[in-house]
Design a protein around this ligand. Structure first.
Ligand SMILES: Cc1ncc(COP(=O)(O)O)c(C=O)c1O
Length: 396
């Protein structure tokens, strides 16, 4: 019995879910530092350091706050500080997580106009443009990287539309920031929210929010509706490098280490790696005769949703991967439940993680009686991954 428990405890497992994602050793080590008081000089140094590094990853000079709660809290903070009850917002819905953003706005009493788009594709900018011409809104809500479908929306295009109006552009970048190029200032993104357990390579527990000057003007006009998520309190305490409430100090040490890793690798390299790995996953899926949910031009660099082939229950496939191979992939949400599986590839992931994930899928499909040629998906992915070596000028 004892032996069995040890085997189970030490069994190697691979997280290919789209969050939480694997945490690098240097980040794990940083989180074991002794706890410090959150009103100390060392805390101010740490907090200012993570905020400044996070601004570089966000590509912004806007104010930014790191919060000790998951991403949903950051979405709630954005809305609770900028929208009064009864004010009009337009919510762009292309999947499950956009529905959640929509729900927060509704619960907070906004007058929500929902624009639904097919889940397999991105937001249609022409429809948004027309809507913004027809009526005045206080905000446009968008999910940048729809984790439920693996579809990415065009933030630069949306920013161009909203910048010409009074509406704020509020962006859920929970599963993209740190893995996908988001030029917060250049794209005119008023509030961008993200979470720690995705491309930022940390355990769950932190999130972040950036606030443009246009957004601050709205905050100043908004009635106070939240204490825990008060942006004014965060701004006031930031002058000392503090947070209003007791922060998750250990996670902040981890965040500093993770941001150092990202900035040392270089933003361009990090974004390029995510794009390349995602391309390799999609090539692997195609070679296995599987269809990716997102079209190539809007496919996410951080997560790939794949239609289950006829006769294969994706949840049974995932169960086999999990129980027999220690490989964790995610299932479908909402109307996609039981129809797709999702392969996450963000954060602390490299080429051989992708190869492992594809090889496991091949074994799973073969096991479930789907005639796949073992190695076909892996070979197609390897072809894509090899381009780094040839394009990168590595000598033969
Ligand atoms: C796009 C998106 N938005 C929001 C969330 C919710 O974030 P959290 O679970 O950190 O509250 C998630 C989590 O998967 C997500 O992928």
């Amino acid at each position: 019995m004892e032996g069995e428990r040890i085997v189970a405890k030490d069994k190697k497992e691979y997280l290919f879910i789209p969050g939480p994602t694997p945490v690098p050793p240097s980040v794990l080590t940083a989180m074991t530092k002794p706890v410090i008081g959150h009103r100390s000089g060392e805390f101010s140094r740490l907090y200012r350091s993570v905020v400044e590094k996070m601004q570089r990853v966000y590509q912004t000079k806007n104010d930014l706050f790191v919060l000790s709660n998951s991403g949903t809290g950051a979405l709630e903070m954005a809305l609770a500080n900028t929208i009064n009850p009864g004010e009009k917002v337009v919510s762009l819905v292309t999947g499950h997580f956009a529905q959640r953003f929509n729900r927060i706005a509704t619960v907070l009493g906004a007058d929500v106009e929902t624009l639904e788009f097919p889940w397999e594709g991105p937001v249609d900018l022409n429809v948004v443009e027309k809507k913004l011409e027809e009526e005045d809104y206080q905000a446009v809500l968008v999910t940048h990287n729809e984790t439920s479908t693996g579809v990415v929306n065009d933030l630069a295009g949306l920013g161009r539309l909203t910048a010409q109006t009074d509406a704020l552009l509020l962006v859920d970048a929970v599963s993209s920031l740190g893995g996908v190029d988001i030029k917060t200032d250049e794209y005119h993104l008023d509030m961008v929210m993200t979470s720690s357990q995705k491309a930022l390579m940390l355990p769950p527990g932190l999130s972040a929010i950036s606030v443009s000057s246009k957004a601050w003007e709205r905050v100043e006009k908004c009635q106070e509706r939240t204490v825990y998520f008060s942006l004014n309190d965060y701004r006031r305490l930031m002058t000392k490098g503090h947070t209003p409430w007791t922060p998750a100090v250990g996670l902040l040490y981890g965040l500093e280490a993770a941001l150092d890793m990202i900035l040392t690798e270089g933003l361009e390299q990090v974004f390029g790696r995510h794009r390349r790995l995602a391309r390799a996953v999609r090539a692997g899926m195609r070679a296995l005769g599987l269809k990716v949910v997102a079209a190539e031009e809007c496919a996410s660099p951080t997560v790939t949703a794949v239609w289950a082939p006829a006769g294969v229950d994706p949840d049974e496939l995932r169960r086999f991967l999990r129980e027999e191979l220690g490989i964790y992939m995610a299932g479908g949400k909402g109307s996609l439940a039981g129809r797709i599986f999702r392969f996450g590839h963000m954060g602390y992931v490299g080429e051989f993680d992708i190869i492992t994930g594809i090889a496991a899928l091949e074994m799973g499909l073969a096991r479930l009686g789907r005639g796949v040629r073992l190695g076909a998906g892996v070979a197609a992915a390897q072809e894509v991954l090899l381009t780094r070596l040839t394009e990168g000028g590595i000598k033969k």
